[in-house]
Ligand binder design. Structure first.
Ligand code: FPP
Length: 241
């Protein structure tokens, strides 16, 4: 990726990585082989981010609904998370990317949870990009938790109801301090948000592709970013023409 990033690059890209299971099924492989190939796609995509002008990359790695999958798939995904963190640590250091995580992290089983916190601590000073893994994440429960936090402030007399603003609610979410996503990419032909960053994605551009996540390439990522650069974002206003 030696080309220049597009002028209007999306600073923050969210990705709904879908289609690992179908990728595996098409090859008569176990579902976990699809997830393993999906983890390899993350490695490539992460490497491509700086060249595309993407500073923040947020990946929907495990949703609150994913616990409903068979036990062996869930435990396989958690082992894969641990392996991913172990293997990617040198890349995060080399690329100076900070690891961040959002979601109900207390439910992530060991040893993945400890490795997650260790990797976040070890990379906290990296300044060339931020990789956020959404793990045991669900946007509705995130919004409920934020609302509850603000309600507690009101009940304690530290906050007046009229002081509850969009900014304050944003600041009570797990993404506090992060810019809202500019672009959300979903693979495998599905066109849903599936409880991912519902509040934060209010003005995000969407880009959907039939490509299954394990086959999602850096070339396709570049095409998505270039198309984003061509779209006129008006945020409810009028086009600048
Ligand atoms: C959706 O594919 C993908 C997931 C539920 C998990 C995403 C996980 C990875 C990309 C690999 C592991 C990542 C880390 C960071 C460890 P699906 O299984 O729903 O696919 P399907 O719709 O074709 O069945």
């Amino acid at each position: 990726m030696s080309e220049q990033p597009p002028k209007q690059a999306p600073l923050h890209v969210g990705m709904i990585m879908d289609g690992n299971g179908r990728w595996a099924k098409a090859r008569a492989l176990p579902r976990l082989a699809g997830h393993r190939a999906g983890a390899e796609t993350i490695r490539r995509i992460l490497e491509a981010c700086p060249g595309l002008g993407v500073h923040w990359l947020t990946l929907y790695a495990f949703s609150t609904e994913n616990w409903r999958r068979p036990d062996d798939e869930v435990s396989g995904l958690m082992s894969l998370l641990d392996q991913f963190l172990r293997e990617r640590r040198k890349d995060l250091d080399k690329q100076r990317i900070r690891l961040n995580a959002i979601g109900g992290l207390e439910r992530i089983p060991e040893p993945a949870r400890t490795r997650l916190f260790e990797t976040m601590a070890a990379t906290r000073h990296h300044d060339r990009g931020v990789l956020t893994l959404a793990l045991n994440y669900g946007a509705r429960s995130e919004i409920v938790a934020a609302t509850r936090r603000l309600a507690e402030e009101v009940a304690a007399g530290r906050l007046r109801p009229d002081e509850i603003t969009e900014e304050r609610l944003s600041g009570a979410l797990s993404t506090a301090g992060m810019p809202d996503p500019d672009l959300i990419i979903r693979t495998s032909g599905e066109m849903r948000l599936s409880n991912f960053l519902l509040w934060q994605a209010s003005y995000a551009e969407f880009w959907c592709t039939p490509t299954l996540w394990p086959d999602f390439s850096c070339d396709e990522f570049r095409r998505a970013v270039e198309e984003f650069a061509r779209r006129g974002r008006r945020f409810g206003g009028l086009a600048n023409v």
